[in-house]
Design a protein around this ligand. Structure first.
Ligand SMILES: Cc1cc2nc3c(=O)[nH]c(=O)nc-3n(C[C@H](O)[C@H](O)[C@H](O)COP(=O)(O)OP(=O)(O)OC[C@H]3O[C@@H](n4cnc5c(N)ncnc54)[C@H](O)[C@@H]3O)c2cc1C
Length: 481
């Protein structure tokens, strides 16, 4: 039990892992490249808020932190779509047919501080700020650490290392030079820039608080998530280069002109637009895939160090917290053989994080483009109708965001359901009528028993599909798994 874990990276995964190990009685030495975030302003250019959902909440629950974190979170019930007009009619696309399901906007720095405080409440955790891991000798376990204040480097002894040092992990760079280590990184041609909608005069939120706002524009988009202080953080996802790109907007006039043409309703909401646009950094979006994630019991990767994904499913942090929970279980199952524990953890997680990486890339197209397409909107509603009709059917978004069904299984189940629905050859009109019926019935959900609504929906589906095709659909979607 008197084992010492060295964790590099006191970000989201590193601090959660520190708390989980400390609760099991292990000693933890936690090294963080940056200064203590509680003693200075937060870093510019990192996403300011994040969407926390079921998997992340489960990880926090395990550390006894979910209530504290959710107390300051803002529930977001759906996507609010902003068309490109000055006074648009906004449409809310609910995330789930279950009205109690929502995602939560949380402050990255607030969450990080809560978790650092939680780690430091354990006397067996020591945190070292301003210490960057440059790499490690994976034969001896010595790690090279650079002090940010003095620039001096030092080799430290480690018993076992958990690398939670993010997408550009120092520990992983040492794994990369080993034989048979697979590694790939690919950047999107889009980058992102953050902008701010300040609170309304006198306080409060200028646009709907309980939604994730999206301005979908085909090949690019802007989103906005609410903050506790009444502001929203907007993120513009746009190509780095080309005729319509960050590189093409250089003057204040061009910036304002671009927003008034493409995001006109946002213009009065972002008073510091040109200044923010010019001064805030443009950051890149990378997918990292690699393996094996561990070198025996010497070192193991978690979170973005193992699998950075693009942010379009809002799952990078949620998935990283799920990593921590699985790693915690594996260490508990093999306390005397960390090589076995790390290999077991990697075998459970890698297929799932590979599936998430793909889902996240696909969701970019859905968010920036498909949500504008009426056929997509109806298909989403038909999905909700199917969920109401077939209790065993669950949409992909629901499985990814509001369940802990492994990502790879969620992707496979969804592909199977899509094939079944396509095989029915539903016309667009039939989809639309079914969707409309589902929406009408959803409106009555509060006043009528669910079984009665289900019966009505089933009758509508029977009208649209015919008895035989409906029976076929029920057989496919209701197969117990
Ligand atoms: C724009 C954007 C929006 C996002 N939105 C969401 C969202 O809504 N929901 C969601 O679930 N996920 C989201 N993510 C993903 C999420 O931010 C990451 O998946 C998550 O932060 C991963 O946690 P981590 O601890 O592995 O890495 P990080 O949070 O990056 O933490 C790594 C830590 O290690 C430190 N470090 C780095 N190198 C070293 C070193 N060599 N030595 C010592 N310390 C080091 C860093 O300073 C940092 O503190 C988003 C990402 C981006 C870019």
């Amino acid at each position: 039990m008197n084992r010492t874990f060295t964790i590099f990276g006191a970000g989201l995964a590193g601090t959660l892992m520190a708390v989980l190990l400390a609760r099991r009685g292990y000693r933890v030495e936690l090294y963080e490249r940056r200064p203590d975030p509680r003693r200075g302003p937060s870093e510019r250019g990192r996403s300011i808020n994040l969407a926390l959902s079921t998997r992340g909440i489960e990880g926090l629950k395990r550390a006894g932190l979910s209530e504290e974190v959710l107390a300051t979170a803002i529930p977001m019930r759906g996507r609010m779509i902003h068309p490109p007009t000055a006074n648009p009619t906004l449409t809310l696309l609910p995330y789930s047919r279950n009205p109690s399901h929502h995602i939560n906007s949380v402050s990255r720095s607030g969450l990080n501080i809560t978790m650092l405080n939680a780690a430091e409440r354990h006397s067996n955790v020591r945190v070292h700020f301003g210490k960057r891991c440059l790499g490690m000798n994976l034969e001896t376990g010595q790690a090279e650490v650079k002090d940010a204040a003095t620039g001096a480097t030092q080799w430290i002894e480690t018993e076992t290392v958990i690398a939670a040092d993010g997408a550009f992990s120092g520990v992983r760079s040492s794994m990369q030079v080993r034989d048979r280590f697979d590694y790939s990184q690919s950047y999107l041609e889009h980058g992102y820039k953050e902008l701010t909608i300040p609170p309304a005069p006198g306080g409060g939120w200028r646009i709907e608080k309980h939604a994730l706002h999206i301005w979908p524009r085909g090949s690019y988009m802007m989103i906005a998530l609410p903050n506790q202080d009444g502001s929203f953080t907007c993120t513009l996802f746009w190509p780095f280069e080309g005729p319509h790109s960050f590189a093409s907007l250089t003057s204040r006039e061009e910036i304002v002109g671009f927003f008034s043409e493409h995001f006109p309703d946002s213009l009065p909401l972002i008073p510091a637009l040109a200044d923010d646009f010019i001064h805030n950094p443009t950051a890149s979006l990378v997918t990292v895939r690699c393996g094996p994630w561990n070198v025996g019991g010497r070192a193991v990767l978690v979170g973005d160090a193992a699998h950075a994904v693009v942010p379009f499913y809002g799952q990078g942090m949620n998935c990283s917290f799920e990593d921590c929970a699985v790693l915690d279980d594996c260490i508990a199952s093999h306390p005397d053989d960390l090589g076995e524990a790390y290999a077991d953890y990697a075998a459970q997680r890698k297929p799932n994080t590979d599936a998430l990486a793909q889902l996240a890339l696909e969701n970019f197209v859905e968010m920036r483009d498909k949500v504008n397409d009426p056929a997509f909107v109806f298909r989403r509603r038909v999905e909700h109708a199917m969920e109401a009709l077939f209790p065993t059917y669950t949409s992909l978004y629901e499985m990814v965001t509001f369940s802990t069904i492994p990502y790879a299984e969620a992707a496979a189940r969804s592909a199977e359901a899509q094939r079944a629905v396509s095989a029915l050859g539903l016309t667009r009109e039939a989809e639309q009528r079914l969707g409309e019926c589902a929406i009408r019935l959803a409106g009555e959900a509060a006043s009528r028993p669910i079984e009665e609504l289900r019966k009505d929906l089933r009758a509508a589906a029977e009208r649209e599909l015919g008895v035989e095709r409906l029976a076929q659909l029920i057989r496919t979607l209701s197969t117990p798994r």
